[in-house]
Design a protein around this ligand. Sequence first.
Ligand SMILES: [Zn+2]
Length: 112
Amino acid sequence: MSSLPNFSEIKDLVSKGMTLEAQEKLMDFRELCLELREENLALKDRVKALEKSVYQQESVTYNGNVYMGRSERDAFCPNCKDRDGLLIHLQLNKEASAGRCNSCGHPYKIAY
Ligand SMILES: [Zn+2]
């Protein structure tokens, strides 16, 4: 990433009539602003993902077989959560209350 511009240096360049050099410094400043904007957007996305993760982590309970979320259709792999802290949804339907995690292959059984 570029360094912060020195505005007094730009002011001196303009006052000396060195406008081309001043323009180059301003272009460096513009590039820095664009880099900071992109980094800011990436950080906002990361914060949203972490907030969502924290919210989900706080809202799950272990039922002896799997981690359950707010609804009974919201089940998460115990192996992925305990090992990596990840909440991986288990595919549930009425016929199949047992299966394997699509991420790690850990077997699960839902006890309703
Ligand atoms: Zn898993």
